[in-house]
Design a protein around this ligand. Sequence first.
Ligand SMILES: Cc1cc2nc3c(=O)[nH]c(=O)nc-3n(C[C@H](O)[C@H](O)[C@H](O)COP(=O)(O)OP(=O)(O)OC[C@H]3O[C@@H](n4cnc5c(N)ncnc54)[C@H](O)[C@@H]3O)c2cc1C
Length: 616
Amino acid sequence: MRRVKIRREEYEFAVIGGGMSGLCTAVAAARHGVKTVLIHNRSVLGGNASSEIRMHICGADENGHKPDLTEGGILHEILLKNKCRNDSFSYALWDLTLYEIVKAEPNLTVHFNTTMIDCAVEDERIVSVTCFQTTTEFTIEVKANIFADCTGNATLGYFAGAEYREGSESRSEFNEPHAPEFANNERMGNTILFKALKRDKPVPYTPPAFARKFTEEQLKYRTHSKYHTVDASSASDPKAFIRASTGSTTAVDYGYWWIELMGEGEDFVGQYETVKDDLLACVYGIWDHLKNGGEHGADDYELDWVGMLPGMRESRRLVGDYILNENDIFDNRFFEDAVAYGGWPVDVHCANGLLDFHILPSEVYAFKGAYTIPWRCYYSKNIQNLVMAGRNISTSRLGLGSTRIMGTCSVGGQAVGTAVSLMKKYGCLPRDIGLHIKELQQILLRDDGFIPNICNEDPYDLAAQANVTASSFKAGFEPENTVNGISRALDGCENAWHSDGILESGEWLTFDLGEKKQVSQMQLTFDSGFAYPIKITLSDNRRRQQRIGIPPEIAKDFTIELLSNGKTVFTKNVNGNMQRLCRVCFEPTVCDAIKIVFHCTNGCKDIRVFEVRAYA
Ligand SMILES: Cc1cc2nc3c(=O)[nH]c(=O)nc-3n(C[C@H](O)[C@H](O)[C@H](O)COP(=O)(O)OP(=O)(O)OC[C@H]3O[C@@H](n4cnc5c(N)ncnc54)[C@H](O)[C@@H]3O)c2cc1C
């Protein structure tokens, strides 16, 4: 007799895919009270950033070139949480951090090792998805009101019949400066990374029989050791603000994003396993070249880890009500319905990846500042209850060249998850969120999001109108900055209060509310040192850029005092804070002033606060 184990579950929101975008989508929705399920086909979270693939998370700050654009919100919280416990860049601890983040949410159910394999669609709406959990033999049928496609490949949208695109648009479609004259099916490829460790003596290496052979001539456009660097300037396009990229690393401990293959034919996704076999032949072949193919400084190095799950850069892009394109990016375009932003260059790779031996592997079109991403890029044009986050949002191929970066995917995910809570509140569909954009933008800012040109105008923030004073301050870092609506340094303005050192009795900020008000929640946004990277990375070069431990700027211990007629009516101590956004909830208390006394930081000599908010 045939046997099938089936479980049926119902949620308000189902997120498919637990990469950084899916994770942020699911956590944001759950935190805002939406009963959410995350369906993830791997045992660890993070997608390309996971311990299985180990790509480090970059963002709008463009590896420190634009530090003010660093992503805040859930992503920053995760990275700080990891940083506090994981100065040794352990991927086991990174797995733990991501696991902890989802497990802390009572409204969130996560099904690991569970692949979404099918969906049911009625009247242009997804009714349910069918999933299979390999570890338990269960087929799980999940019903939900809203579904998010965070699969990277737009698998759910593809199955559901959503409109999608692959390959490049023709120049005539959006007039993008770097689009080809005619549309084509070029795509960026998949990559397997490796990590090597330096030993104290030479370590021999015998490649597996399937490894491919590479010559120095074939790798002449790819920097692969300090003995083999490529001068990209000669190949750069003088007409554009372009940096041709050769693979930046001269180190041999970590390689190489340019070991990249695309497969052949039309079906990008269907090629995955074939491409994986070819990639393994290339990775072990490149390592053979480094070890046995002449001087590369790799004699004492030994392979410590090689991925077995290629990271994928590009496949389908779901079409929304707007398609973000290269001009929007270069123009720093601000959309009225902006919910996310990016700053990474338009970074597109050569058509045949590693096999294009005669050219540089990538061209990077950098630009100043940031662009915004409108809400209309985050929901499907034709499937009414489908939202998306990650690399499969609605962009042109050149738009994807910038939006695909995981910091940008994460802030998009946070926006999507938060928007779903408004869909629940108003009983509406994704497209209707256009009517509630201001509310969405303000919630995102309150949750430490950033949207260029949008300031805190939250009518419920009691601190916003308060008269602010401080124990001391440095010039340019006045206490009023904590309520000026911007919670990061921006455009040359510091937007922060810095005490003039730390008094033994404690530096303080006071907020005179002008009249009696009930307060039950305070939130403080501290400086967390955006100029210093905190991501987990395999690269020794990138690791050396980081500081050890918790960012010292973050205030560690402080006391919140609520006052009425000059008398303290309530105090709350906060000890051991290590987050940029610190929310403190307490029993509702009527007061006319709030005093925050800071006792110490995580190492810095002054107190640095970007924003203080108070809520009833
Ligand atoms: C080699 C390489 C280098 C890169 N370099 C960088 C870099 O330096 N910094 C950076 O920020 N970005 C980099 N990128 C780009 C970035 O990694 C991707 O654009 C990003 O991961 C996309 O995020 P995502 O959440 O959309 O997809 P993913 O990270 O791919 O996550 C999607 C998740 O969904 C799961 N999933 C898929 N289908 C299903 C299904 N049917 N059911 C259940 N689960 C499913 C997948 O297992 C996966 O874990 C690089 C990419 C590659 C490949």
